[in-house]
Structures are given as structure tokens and as C-alpha cells.
Design a protein around this ligand. Sequence first.
Ligand code: FEO
Length: 171
Amino acid sequence: MPPLSKKLENALNEQIKNEISSAYLYLAMSAYCASANLKGAAHWLQVQWEEEIGHATKLLDHVLERGNKAALKAIEQPEGEYASLEEVFEHVLEHERGVTASIYKLCDLALQEKDYATQAFLQWFVTEQVEEERAAQEIVDTLKLAGAGASKTGGPVLLMIDRQLAARTKE
Ligand code: FEO
């Protein structure tokens, strides 16, 4: 298998950075939730942090397996303050939509470069993004249904949602 084109190598290295940035964002959100005594949400986001590290590692392995150079880029400080749990998960959803767009761009580039092995490799990420967006959307919808009062000031409904989030298991 020949090495990745330079364009694809750069784009995959950029995506490694995106996944590590996602991990860091979710760790910051988890810390915020832990400080707000939302232990279930903190756990959910901690599992997500681990998943994102897994995504970055998967990409890194692909770059290295093709005999290319992995270049780890600097990441920015993530947002760590939120007004409510609803705001946290709206941010998760928006973030994941952005990740999906970056994966689609990678798929386009792999096709342009006629790198069908990378195109096939990226299909795992396409499927994963469907699941990530669905999970975030479901939580946002539940929090909206619970009402602003429940999601901003606490109460039994918020506690119940937090317990549901605590049940998330690692894949
Ligand atoms: Fe790795 Fe949440 O996208």
C-alpha cells in the first residue's frame, strides 16, 4: 500500500487534532458537571472523553500504518463554564455536527485523491457520527421536554435525567 498523499496526510493529522480537541472539551464539560453535582452527566462526558481519545488513536494508527508522518498539533483551551445542563448538551450536539462535517470533507478528499483504502477506513467514522449526533440530540430533547426550570435550577426531573446519564457504559 503506497503512503497517503501529502494532502491526505495533513488532513488526517488535522482530524487527529479535532478528535483530541473534542476529548479535551468533553473532559472540561465533565469537570463542570462534577462541580455542579451532576455526577451522571459527569460520567457520561467522561466516557465520551475516552471515546474521543479512541477516535484520535484510530486515525493516528491509520497514518502510521500507511508509512506517513504523524504530526500532533496544538489544541486550544476548551470552554468550561455553562449556564445549565441543557446548554452543555446543546454544545455537544453543535460540536458533533461540526465533527461530522469535517469527516465528510475527509471522505471527499480521499475520493479526490483516489485513496479508496482511506475512503473505506473513514466509513467507520461516518457511522460513528450518526450515533454521536443521535445520542446528543436525544439528551437535548429530553432536557427540553423536562423544561427550562428542571434543567437550570435542579429538581427531581433533572436528578432523574442525571441518573439515566450515569447508566452509560463504555463501548
Ligand atoms: Fe470523534 Fe465525537 O467525534
